[in-house]
Design a protein around this ligand. Sequence first.
Ligand SMILES: Nc1nc2c(c(=O)[nH]1)N[C@H]1C(S)=C(S)[C@@H](COP(=O)(O)OP(=O)(O)OC[C@H]3O[C@@H](n4cnc5c(=O)[nH]c(N)nc54)[C@H](O)[C@@H]3O)O[C@H]1N2
Ligand SMILES: Nc1nc2c(c(=O)[nH]1)N[C@H]1C(S)=C(S)[C@@H](COP(=O)(O)OP(=O)(O)OC[C@H]3O[C@@H](n4cnc5c(=O)[nH]c(N)nc54)[C@H](O)[C@@H]3O)O[C@H]1N2
Ligand code: SF4
Ligand SMILES: [Mo]
Length: 696
Amino acid sequence: MRRDFQPGNSREAAPKRPLGTVVGMPAADTHCPYCALQCAMTLRAGMTGVEVEGREFPTNRGGLCQKGWTAADLLRHPDRLTQPLVRDGGALRPATWPEALDRVVDGIRAIQDRHGRDAVAVFGGGGLTNQKAYALGRFARVALRTRTIDYNGRFCMSSAAAAGNRAFGLDRGLPFPVADIAAADAVLLVGANPAETMPPFVRHLDGAGLIVVDPRRTATARMASLHLQPTPGTDLALGNGLLHIAITEGLVDKAYVDARTTGFDAVRAAVSDWWPARVERLTGVPVADLHATVERLAGARRAVVLTARGAEQHAKGTDTVTAFVNLALALGLPGRPGSGYGCLTGQGNGQGGREHGQKADQLPGYRRIDDPAARAHVAAVWGVDPADIPGPGPSAYELLSSDEVRALLVFGSNPAVSAPRAARVERWLRGRDLLVVADFVLSETAALADVVLPTAQWAEEDGTLTNLEGRVIRRRRLAAPPPGVRTDLEVLADLSARLGVPTSAEPRVVFDELRRASAGGAADYAGITYDRIDAEGGVFWPCPDAAHPGTPRMFLDRFATPDGRARFVPVTHRPAAEEPDADFPLYLTTGRVLTQYQSGAQTRRVAALPGEPFVELHPDLAARLGVADGGPVTVATRRGSATAPARLSDAIRADTVFMPFHYAGAARANTLTNPALDPVSRMPEFKVCAARVTAA
Ligand SMILES: Nc1nc2c(c(=O)[nH]1)N[C@H]1C(S)=C(S)[C@@H](COP(=O)(O)OP(=O)(O)OC[C@H]3O[C@@H](n4cnc5c(=O)[nH]c(N)nc54)[C@H](O)[C@@H]3O)O[C@H]1N2
Ligand SMILES: Nc1nc2c(c(=O)[nH]1)N[C@H]1C(S)=C(S)[C@@H](COP(=O)(O)OP(=O)(O)OC[C@H]3O[C@@H](n4cnc5c(=O)[nH]c(N)nc54)[C@H](O)[C@@H]3O)O[C@H]1N2
Ligand code: SF4
Ligand SMILES: [Mo]
């Protein structure tokens, strides 16, 4: 049952109240602040704090993970920032809002006068609401008139987005609702560990039909009836090898390939020399398992192929995803009801955050910033001359290492922990003339700032987010932020007004402007209103007008390419940017654990969430290195070294070690990672580099 009520706007009575809540206290139906599953929850202001209850919704079916249950613990946390801070004589001290905002605007003006407009950069995040992502992009292009803006989504699903655009003409992470995954007979999960990264999502997975590709036997792999455990960085060869088998075994859906695609012949030629024994040698996956995978996918009535960061965060991530898209196309899956290819988007608004203009090359509605028609449309909405909208800027890592950037404004990211080669990024952050960070805690990045602006948290603001299915949903405010705290939209409006460009800070007004700016674009929100979201339990884009029902399933009749056909793209396997050698003989890979989120700025502060840094390694490797379980180990790469306790596990390959990237200081995994970039998506190679491990 859907419960849709708000303080003062109750549609139905709340069916159940946890003990300790007082009738008449404010309540809000909203969604979790963390990942893209956007689990539905009801918040109630109780006597002892805010109570969180899971709410029925198609993505979470009432469930929440530990992070969701404890999300409200940060609302009144002692670390919460409630006053702006400015740096004086080397240290941060409290300041008034006018003083802090003046410091920011005076700094911006001085730097732009001296070094040009592009010397001021903006860095956003995929956790920001659609309104904030849109307002941030507009602020950069109209108020700052800088081309230098990008965001942390570049580190997230950019390779899948690039591959999706290339094949289908459009990128929507899942082009179908998650319910379709539950109904599929076979699901291939490549480099995803949803049992830890989206726990309620596994309610949609049936172990019998599940095949997992991961160098570690994760909680997700343990659910599966088949686990392929490749060497890190070899998924592209694996994907090509699977397609080779589909072709040689006569399992290609010829009618579909003829009717709905182009370019198959070139791909058939490209995979012809990826015969199974060669793929086994390169990936370590037994030939029998390769065959079983293809047969299961081809034999299923409905089959789904999904990728996530394990396959995507590579210097060849775009081509790797393409290899699996090619496989899905050859089997006739995309655009067939109940089947398809999708990418599991990561951050809360990882989908909407990549559509409305905080990307270096993008204008709202998933438009290209170098497209004259797109510039004209958006310029009209913004009331500016199209010629005044800057061109494309550098990608995230390139931005965070550019000498031309003299000032940086950060909204919703903690790159001092989460960017690749983080020691260098940290040095770069320290070296800027002006660093401004909007956050609700003093993250590692905020601690380096010249000005810190305290902003509202999720339960204190209204907005819309677009979940991993492309469904636009509402975030609803439970209570006002503490005194002294402003919303991100208010901060952007304050700064913009000081720069001579007045804008609204009202989420509904900004959303209506976003709808107009997106109209006619690939991600068209024009027909999506708050009322429709409330009445329909969310609306899937594209939704061009009020009469349009929204689009839960895409590509059923045609793909978003000029000729309506999906494009096969030939791709070739190549080694990782850095392979093990005599000095650095092991693979290092990085990722997530259940109880921590991203850079950890939020979850490390939640006392109820356990977790400490570790290096996961195989007992045989540990024995060879003389490392005991729990003993400190140092992992070194060409970028630097990090130390954390060893965690022995036979679930990992003996040639590979794993570190979570949630920690700062000596255990920061990103001190080690390789910023080699994918040529198309500009994604760094977070998932593989060469490392040496020693007992510390
Ligand atoms: N608990 C928790 N949940 C989260 C987040 C979080 O920080 N914490 N973050 C959210 C976000 S933004 C994202 S992007 C998602 C990410 O969600 P996932 O993609 O599921 O998470 P990761 O742990 O980064 O990577 C998944 C798996 O890739 C494997 N892997 C490593 N190298 C390779 C490789 O070369 N090939 C293959 N096939 N697999 C490899 C790792 O062993 C890991 O188990 O999670 C979201 N949910
Ligand atoms: N080694 C390694 N590194 C990785 C990855 C990996 O797998 N391995 N994964 C990459 C991926 S997929 C991602 S998505 C990135 C994520 O890494 P980050 O971009 O660092 O993400 P968060 O830790 O979520 O940072 C969000 C920050 O903004 C604050 N914040 C949250 N919401 C808001 C808001 O609405 N407004 C404002 N102003 N602030 C807010 C939080 O308190 C926090 O300090 O990390 C990437 N880095
Ligand atoms: S799975 Fe994601 S959205 Fe759901 S409760 Fe956990 S962190 Fe929140
Ligand atoms: Mo992500």
